[in-house]
Design a protein around this ligand. Structure first.
Ligand code: CUA
Length: 192
């Protein structure tokens, strides 16, 4: 809109008034949209922090090694009666235990992991597994690998001075090989 427009001349002035009205309407609408989005973000943010999650499993980080599911002898991969596999692991500054997880291909797998000290990241490259290991809580993740192979498993959450050296590995082997291994050992790992 230019200042030299003559406001006293009918058609021009009217056209400008209409344009101004439309523009104001759009401006109002965009402010309303921003307001609604901010309101929604605030509502759901507050709602989710005040409502408990559907399922929360806890594990005392100070007694992980002494009793319960995450004692050292129970870590690694376990073949369940229904043919599925449960993998249990711990993250601590600055490694994973076990450092190498071995799992069968084409098999439903549940990974259960927690932290013994601070928050660590848990990511398996080439899969959609990407979560955090929070001390006090159990992360429970379903996964299935299509083919045998190896995946890197870095800690992707800064956890201290040795963070960048915190890496693990997942080795996917074929079903028969896994079953053969499981026949002679209760908990399997690929740690040499
Ligand atoms: Cu553990 Cu970064």
């Amino acid at each position: 809109m230019t200042s030299e427009t003559d406001h006293s001349h009918g058609a021009h002035g009217l056209g400008e008034a209409v344009a101004a009205r439309v523009e104001r309407r759009w401006a109002t609408l965009s402010i309303v949209i921003v307001g609604v989005l901010v309101g929604l973000a605030a509502f759901f943010g507050i709602y989710h922090t005040t409502m408990p999650q559907g399922r929360v499993e806890t594990a005392d980080p100070t007694t992980l090694h002494l009793s319960g599911e995450f004692v050292e002898s129970n870590l690694g991969s376990a073949l369940e009666a229904d043919g599925s596999v449960t993998v249990r692991a711990i993250g601590q500054q600055y490694s994973f235990t076990p450092q190498c997880l071995v799992v069968p291909a084409e098999t439903p797998i549940t990974i259960r992991a927690t932290s013994a000290d601070v928050v660590h990241g848990f990511l398996i490259e080439g899969t959609n597994i990407n979560t955090m290991l929070v001390p006090g809580y159990v992360s429970d993740l379903p996964i299935r690998f299509k083919t045998p192979g190896e995946h890197m498993m870095p800690c992707q959450e800064f956890c201290g001075i040795g963070h960048q050296g915190m890496w693990g590995k997942v080795k996917v082997v074929d079903q028969t090989a896994f079953r053969n291994m499981a026949a002679s050992k209760r908990r399997l790992t690929c740690v040499d």
